[in-house]
Design a protein around this ligand. Structure first.
Ligand SMILES: CC(C)(COP(=O)(O)OP(=O)(O)OC[C@H]1O[C@@H](n2cnc3c(N)ncnc32)[C@H](O)[C@@H]1OP(=O)(O)O)[C@@H](O)C(=O)NCCC(=O)NCCS
Length: 181
């Protein structure tokens, strides 16, 4: 297996549409609090609006030959983007805006690797590339990751990379992680 990492341009995001939808199905399969919330989440309701509203986007694909076997999607966006609402859900703010001194925040927004390619270090490589990109912005001090309930492997992965649990939102549907500089 020879994995090559490639930054995708926004014109090429449709190449990860199926993987994005697999991620939503995976998260639904793990969730025990409101799994139904995922029913309205798909590439069109999560990825496209997020790309349009962000100030900068970074999508890396992991390729095995011609096949895309994973992707990581990071964004830079105004903190007020997180005022409430997540795909088609309405909720309170995702975090306390006063705890973020800058206008913009970074987020590792979506992360998915096909099952047969997990636990081989590919996620760590893509995580590091994503953090390097997010940290390359002088305006970014705060980085968030939103993990849906039941996804304990992902939670453990991010805690192992230095992220800390901040709080939960949507009745425990999502655990908010942040970097706490
Ligand atoms: C979460 C996810 C992106 C992590 O990617 P990954 O490629 O499996 O991650 P890695 O292989 O780098 O690390 C996973 C584990 O394997 C170990 N590992 C790292 N390199 C390894 C290697 N070369 N060989 C074997 N194991 C390795 C790591 O120590 C890590 O253990 P830890 O979680 O206890 O720290 C991936 O598992 C995934 O796509 N999961 C399903 C979707 C998902 O949950 N996405 C996150 C949504 S918030």
């Amino acid at each position: 297996m020879n994995i090559v990492y490639e930054v995708l341009s926004e014109e090429n995001i449709y190449s990860i549409k199926d993987l994005c939808n697999e991620l939503m199905a995976y998260q639904k399969s793990k969730a025990f609090i409101h799994p139904d919330f995922f029913d309205n989440m798909c590439f069109e309701t999560r990825m496209i609006p997020s790309i349009k509203s962000a100030k900068a986007n970074y999508i890396i694909a992991a390729k095995d030959g011609d096949e895309i076997v994973g992707y990581a999607y990071s964004t830079i966006a105004s903190k007020f983007t997180y005022s409430g609402g997540f795909a088609t859900l309405q909720c309170d703010a995702f975090f306390d805006f006063d705890s973020v001194k800058n206008e913009d925040v970074g987020s590792l927004s979506q992360f998915y690797i096909k099952e047969n390619y997990r636990n081989k270090g590919i996620g760590t490589a893509m995580f590091n590339m994503s953090m390097n990109w997010l940290n390359s912005f002088d305006s970014i001090d705060d980085i968030f990751i939103f993990v849906s309930n039941g996804n304990d492997n992902a939670l453990k992965f991010y805690l192992g990379k230095g992220f800390k649990i901040s709080h939960q939102i949507l009745d425990g549907f999502i655990t908010v992680l942040r970097n706490f500089n």
